[in-house]
Design a protein around this ligand. Structure first.
Ligand code: UDP
Ligand code: UDP
Length: 464
C-alpha cells in the first residue's frame, strides 16, 4: 500500500498493576492520541489501588476519543502463592492468568489493530495471544534500561545456583557494567519467589516481541543503552527503542491543594520534596527518624507520607506516626501531606531544590525531565539499580550504606546531613540541570527519543 493511502495506526495499550506501570502507559496513550493514532486502553478490573481506578477514569474523561476495554482478572487463591503477599505481585500473576480473555475483543477491534504495546509484566502470557491475532506486539519496559538487562538475563543467572552467592561482590552480564551484589533485589535470590519466577518467565518471551520501548533516553543511560542497542548484549532481542522521558498529559492542578499555594510562597530552590512513590510505606520508627532528619537539616520540606502499601488501606491520621509536637514545631518550615499529590506539579515548581526519593523509575525520569537533584534512598526491587543510574548520570547522590528499606534503621542525624549535602551541592545542581536540558533535547523535534517513536509510528502506518 502506498504511503499516501496509509491511515494512522490503531494501537492497544495493556499495562500491568500499580501506578508505576499505569502512569507511563497513560502518558504514552496520550502522546499517541495527540499524534492522531486510534488508541485503545486495556485495563484489568478490579484494580489494586484506588489511585489506579481514579487515574483511568480521569484519563478517559480527558481523552474522549480513546477506546477502553476493561477485563475481569481471575483472582488468585489466597494460599496459592506462599512466597509473597504483596497485592501488586499477586495482581501481576492474576493478570497473566487472565489476558487470554482479551482475544475476542482484540480480534474484533474496529478499525483493526495495527499493534499492541504491552507491559513487560505480561510478556509471557500475552505473547501467544498476540501471535494468534497476528498483530505486532511491542513490550514496554517501565524501569531503567540497566534493570531491564538484569530482568532479561535472569533466566541465565537462575540456571547457575552460584550466580548470587554471597562470596561474590558483583553480578556480571557480558557487555555491560556489572551489578554490585547489594543492588540485586533480594527476591531474585529465591528462584521460587513469585516475582522472580514471573520475571524469568517474561524474560523468555522477549524475543517474540517486535520491539522493546523504554521510558529512558540515550544521554541518561549511555553506558547501558549503547551496548544493548547494538545487539552485543542480547543478540536475540528485537530492537531496543528508548522513547523517554514520556510527556505528561496531566493538566496542571488548580491551586486547590494546600501545598501548592504554600510552595508559591517559598524562595526558589529552597524546599526538599520527599516521596517514596505510590506503594512504599516506611516503618513507624523510620518515619520518626525521617522527621528528625528533616528538622535537623534546617531546610524547608514537602513530605508525602504514606503509611500503607495500598492506598485503600490507609486509614491513619497524619499525626499518628509523627511525634506529637513535630507538626507544630515545623509549621513554618514544611508541609506533610497524605493522599495523592501531583508530583508533576511539585517537581516543576521553582521552590523545589531537591528530591529525596525511593527511585521508582517514574520518579527518576520525572526528576530527570525537570533537572531536579535527587537524594536516592532505594527501598526495594529495581530501585538500587536505578539509584546507581541516577548517580552516574549526575542527577543525584546515593548513600549506599543505608541499604534496602526494611534492612535497618537510618538515623535522623544521618538523614539530616545528607539532605544538607543534597541542597548545598552546587556542582550537583549544575549537573542535574544539564540532565534536564538533555531530556528536553531527546524529546524535542528531531531529538533522539522523538525520532524513535516517530519511526515506530511511521512503520505501523505503512503497514496499515
Ligand atoms: N505519584 C504521584 N503522586 C503521589 C505518588 C506517586 O504523582 O502521591 C506518581 C509519581 O509521580 C510516579 C508514580 O506515581 O509517576 C510512581 O511511580 P514510581 O515508579 O516512581 O514508583 P512506585 O510507586 O512504582 O514505587
Ligand atoms: N516486573 C516484571 N514482571 C513481573 C513483575 C515485575 O517485569 O511479572 C518488573 C516491573 O516491570 C518493574 C520491576 O519488575 O520494572 C519492579 O516491579 P514493581 O512493579 O514491583 O516495581 P515497584 O512498584 O517496586 O517500583
Amino acid at each position: 500500500m502506498s504511503k499516501t493511502t496509509a491511515s494512522p495506526p490503531h494501537i492497544a495499550l495493556l499495562p500491568s498493576a500499580g501506578m508505576g506501570h499505569l502512569t507511563p502507559f497513560l502518558r504514552l496513550a496520550s502522546m499517541l492520541s495527540s499524534r492522531s493514532c486510534t488508541v485503545t486502553l486495556i485495563t484489568a478490573s478490579p484494580s489494586v489501588s484506588a489511585a489506579e481506578s481514579s487515574h483511568v477514569s480521569f484519563f478517559l474523561s480527558q481523552h474522549p476519543l480513546v477506546k477502553h476495554i476493561e477485563f475481569q482478572v481471575i483472582p488468585s487463591k489466597p494460599s496459592s502463592n506462599p512466597t509473597t503477599d504483596d497485592p501488586f505481585f499477586l495482581q501481576f500473576e492474576a493478570t497473566n492468568r487472565s489476558v487470554h480473555l482479551l482475544y475476542p475483543s482484540l480480534a474484533s477491534a474496529s478499525p483493526p489493530l495495527s499493534a499492541i504495546f504491552s507491559d513487560f509484566a505480561v510478556a509471557s502470557s500475552f505473547a501467544p495471544v498476540a501471535a494468534d491475532l497476528g498483530i505486532p506486539n511491542y513490550i514496554i519496559s517501565t524501569t531503567s534500561c540497566k534493570f531491564f538487562c538484569l530482568m532479561a538475563y535472569l533466566p541465565v543467572l537462575l540456571s547457575d545456583p552460584s550466580s548470587f552467592s554471597s562470596g561474590l561482590s558483583e553480578v556480571k552480564i557480558p557487555g555491560i557494567t556489572p551489578f554490585p551484589l547489594p543492588s540485586i533485589p533480594p527476591p531474585f535470590k529465591n528462584p521460587s519467589h513469585l516475582l522472580t519466577s514471573l520475571i524469568a518467565t517474561d524474560a523468555q518471551a522477549l524475543s517474540k516481541a517486535k520491539g522493546i520501548l523504554m521510558n529512558t533516553f540515550d544521554d541518561f543511560e549511555p553506558e547501558t543503552l549503547g551496548p544493548i542497542k547494538s545487539g552485543r548484549v542480547f543478540d536475540y532481542l528485537p530492537p531496543i527503542l528508548p522513547i523517554g522521558p514520556l510527556e505528561t498529559y496531566e493538566p496542571k492542578k488548580e491551586q486547590d491543594q494546600s501545598y501548592l499555594p504554600w510552595l508559591d510562597s517559598q524562595p526558589a530552590e529552597s524546599v526538599v520534596y520527599v516521596s517514596f512513590g505510590s506503594r512504599t510505606a516506611l516503618s513507624s520508627a523510620q518515619i520518626r527518624e525521617l522527621s528528625k532528619g528533616l528538622e535537623r537539616s534546617g531546610y524547608r520540606f514537602l513530605w508525602v507520607l504514606k503509611t500503607s502499601k495500598v492506598d485503600k488501606d490507609d486509614k491513619e491520621e497524619l499525626k499518628d506516626p509523627l511525634e506529637e509536637s513535630f507538626l507544630d514545631r515545623t509549621k513554618n518550615k514544611g508541609r506533610v501531606v497524605k493522599g495523592w499529590v501531583s508530583q508533576q506539579d511539585i517537581l516543576e515548581h521553582p521552590a523545589i531544590g531537591g528530591f529525596l526519593s525511593h527511585c521508582g523509575w517514574n520518579s527518576v525520569i520525572e526528576a530527570a525531565r525537570k533537572g531536579v537533584p535527587m537524594l536516592a534512598w532505594p527501598q526495594h526491587m529495581d530501585q538500587s539499580v536505578n539509584a546507581e543510574v541516577v548517580e552516574k548520570a549526575g542527577l543525584g547522590i546515593w548513600e549506599r550504606k543505608w541499604g534496602w528499606g526494611l534492612e535497618g534503621l537510618v538515623s535522623g542525624e544521618e538523614i539530616g546531613k545528607k539532605i544538607v549535602e543534597l541542597m548545598e551541592d552546587e556542582k550537583l545542581r549544575g549537573l542535574a540541570r544539564k540532565v534536564g536540558e538533555n531530556a528536553g533535547k531527546a524529546t524535542g523535534i528531531g531529538g533522539k527519543s522523538e525520532k524513535v517513536l516517530t519511526e515506530v509510528l511511521e512503520y505501523l502506518e505503512q503497514k496499515n
